[in-house]
Ligand binder design. Structure first.
Ligand SMILES: Cc1ncc(COP(=O)(O)O)c(C=O)c1O
Length: 371
């Protein structure tokens, strides 16, 4: 298993179930949960996660794109499945045959679905996406009259299962815009004068902080994986009875431990010349694995419970760390790239991005093991 890998990811099933339980406690029993497994389950590995979630009372698994839904079906997932963001017309026949619930975001996408529903005579369940202020995909207010007319002509095999939108500011400290967007969603849905079985609006941050956004079910992404959406939401949660536990840890092992003399230059561009005799550790991981190159000379990994600074530039398949102050490092030993002592949140701040990106860019080829 893990000891044969140059690098690997471990997924804590205890943490995963803990997070689901915590969120359920927070939102109450009446509200459903769609687990968001898009972007390779935020880098955690959709293939490993869906079997762990299959036993959990979920409204659905949600993904962003058509190909992600098709891959889940091909892998054996038979439960409810929603595509939230985009699908291609050439995927539609397979998506409909596999009973995938589909986002419709404009009149073109709606026409494609109607055509396919008629052609295949298969039931299709749609989720109408409304743009309530994020200016991403979705119908806007001035589309509503045409949309009403359009909807009156839909074939009986097409059901409007859901009407939904996405919030732009739920992760921020200020509540003003989010409260406005929640209200606007209600206004638009009542103006539309079409009833759907379900309404959904909340991501993790909104689900926890804005009870009015919870509606039929929440779309739980980052919280499922044990991370707060932002420092603002983490601050808001302090003193409240909710704790999250990170699911993912990322490991590698030292491929070489070596001493270099004072003045040795390290890595491409010789960005560092060491100021003392130095013990270097070589790690067979680089930016092609998703280890951000901006961590060069700026971050650390954990070896023997100590921080070992990344020294020189991160290259495509290797990174180098300074082990001089780490007791007893040996080639072959395990080290932590992301996990205890190296959170993706702190990493992302150091490299100028967000933890969503750090996690979701972990290369899909890295082996992932539920533990
Ligand atoms: C439409 C939609 N819903 C829900 C989510 C989940 O958000 P979060 O990971 O903050 O819970 C996302 C993620 O960006 C999304 O795009």
């Amino acid at each position: 298993m893990a000891f044969v890998d140059r690098t690997w990811i471990e997924l804590s099933t205890t943490a995963l179930y803990h997070n689901l339980y915590q969120v359920r406690q927070a939102i109450g029993p009446e509200v459903g949960i769609a687990a968001v497994l898009k972007a390779n389950a935020y880098g955690h590995g959709w293939r490993q996660l869906w079997p762990l979630l299959a036993s959990q009372r979920l409204r659905a698994i949600a993904v962003a794109h058509g190909h992600e839904a098709l891959a889940l079906r091909q892998d054996g997932y038979r439960g409810p499945l929603i595509v939230l963001t985009h699908w291609l017309p050439n995927q539609l026949g397979r998506l409909v045959s596999h009973q995938v619930e589909l986002v419709v975001w404009d009149f073109e996408s709606w026409k494609h679905v109607q055509y396919m529903a008629r052609r295949l005579r298969r039931p299709v369940q749609l989720h109408l996406k409304l743009d309530t202020g994020t200016s991403r995909i979705g119908f806007v207010e001035r589309d509503l009259p045409s949309l009403r007319r359009f909807l009156s002509t839909h074939p009986s095999s097409v059901t409007i299962r859901g009407i939904f939108s996405h919030l732009a500011n739920a992760e921020e400290w200020s509540t003003q815009r989010t409260n406005g967007q929640i209200k606007y969603f209600t206004t638009l849905t009542s103006k539309l004068r079409i009833t759907a079985d379900e309404y959904h609006l909340a991501c993790t941050a909104a689900a926890l902080r804005y009870p009015a956004s919870r509606l039929s079910f929440i779309r739980l992404g980052i919280g499922l994986y044990g991370h707060w959406p932002s420092t603002a939401i983490e601050r808001w949660a302090r003193g409240r009875p909710i704790r999250l536990q990170p699911v993912l840890s990322w490991y590698s092992r030292l491929s070489q431990v070596k001493r270099v003399p004072r003045g040795a230059a390290v890595g491409y561009g010789s960005t560092v010349q060491v100021r003392r005799p130095t013990v270097l550790g070589l790690i067979p991981v680089g930016y092609s694995d998703g280890y951000d190159r901006r961590a060069s000379n700026r971050w650390w990994v954990i070896v023997n419970n100590r921080r070992a600074p990344v020294i020189g530039r991160v290259s495509m398949n290797l990174l180098t760390v300074d082990l001089t102050d780490v007791p007893g490092p040996v080639a072959g030993q395990r080290l932590t790239l992301v996990g205890t002592g190296v959170s993706p949140e702190a990493f992302s701040r150091a490299v100028g991005t967000i933890h969503y990106e750090v996690l979701s860019r972990l290369h899909p080829d890295i082996p992932r093991y539920p533990v």
